[in-house]
Design a binder for this molecule. Sequence first.
Ligand code: GLA
Length: 387
Amino acid sequence: MSLPHEELDRYRTEFASRFGGGESPALYFAPGRVNLIGEHTDYNGGHVLPIALEMGTYILLRPKDGPPSRVFSARIGKEVNLDLRSLRPRGDWCDYVRGVLHLLGREHRLPDFDALIFGDLPLEAGLSSSASLEVAMAFAAASLGVELSPEEAAALAWRAENEFVGVPCGVMDQYASAFGREGKALFLNCSTLEHRHVPCDLSPAVFLIAHTGVSRSLAGSEYRIRRQECVEALRLLSPLLGKRDTLAAVTVEELEKARGLLPETLRRRAEHVVRENLRVLETVTRLKAKDPEGVGTLLNLSHASLRDLYQVSSPELDAMQELSLAQPGVYGCRMTGAGFGGCAIVLIEEEWLPYYLEKVPALYCKATGRRPFFLPARPAGGARRMD
Ligand code: GLA
C-alpha cells in the first residue's frame, strides 16, 4: 500500500465533514497498472503481461437511505450528485463510476450512498487510472449489497468502459487491476481470459516507469483506428486462412504467405500483433529464467515494432527510449500502454538507478523540452477492501 495511514485518516475525516459523522465508511482500493509487454494485443485476442502498481484509486463509501447519491473526487475537486435510477454518460470523470453503477443497476436495486474518491496514480499517464476507478467502484459495490468476484468485477468494469463511457479498450487494464499480485506479473490470455501469475523478480535489475511529460487520453488517440485496421486485416486474410476469430491466432508463416493480400499498412499492423504476441510468451520464459538481458532485448524489439510497424509511439517516447538505452546498467526500454504519449518502462540494474535519475531528466528535457518524471514499478496486489 502506498498511501500512509495518516493520509487515509485525513480522508476519513474529510468524508465525515463533507457527508456527516455516523457509521464509518468502508475503504476500497484498486491499483493502476503498467504493462511489461504485449501491447495492442489484448483486443486482438493475444497475450499480455502487466503488473499492478502500488499506486491506484481509493474509494470511501457508505450506503444511506435517500437520494441523491453524492460522489466527491478529491483528485478533481468536484462533487457530483447521482440519481441511481437514471444514469447517463455526461462526458466527465464520473462516467467511470456511473457506468459501473448503471450496469449493476440493471440487475440489482442499489441503495443510495456517499462516496469520496482519492488516489495517488497520475491521471492521463497511460497507467490505467480510469480502469482503477472502475474496478474500485465494482469492488465497492460490496457495500451496496453486490459482492463481485475479481472476474466479475473486471468484466463489469471493462463493459462499463466499452458500453457506457464508449472507449473501445481491450480487457488488459481492468484484469490487471483486479488480479494484481505482489511480486508477480499477470500472464493473461485475452481470448480465453485464462491467467496465471508469473514471478517478476529480475534482481539486481528493477523496472522503472518513465513518464514523458506528455499526457494522453485513450478517447482522443488513434486507438480506434488501430482497432479497425486490425479487424480489416483479419477480414482480408480470411480468403487464404479461413475464418479466424482473432489476429493473434495467425502465425508468422501464414502472415508471410498472405503478404500479397494486405496493403502495406495493414500488413505492418498485423505483423506487429503476431510477433508481439510471441514476444509475450518469450518474456514469460525469460522472466522464469531470471534473465534481465533476455527481457531487455524483448522490450527493445517491442518498442521498435510499436514505433515502426504499429506506429503508436511519439517523438518523446522514442527520445526516452534512446536516452535510456544509452545509460549504463539499462537492459531495455519501451513505450508502454496505448502510446502517443504517457510512459515508457525501463529495465535497469538497481545500482545504476541513482545515476540514471540524475542524468536522464536533464538530457530528456534538453532533447524534447518536456519535463519527465519517474515512478517505481514494483508488482503489487490487486483490488481489495482495505479495512
Ligand atoms: C490501452 C487499453 C488496453 C490496451 C492498451 C494497448 O491501455 O486500455 O486495453 O489495448 O492500450 O496495449
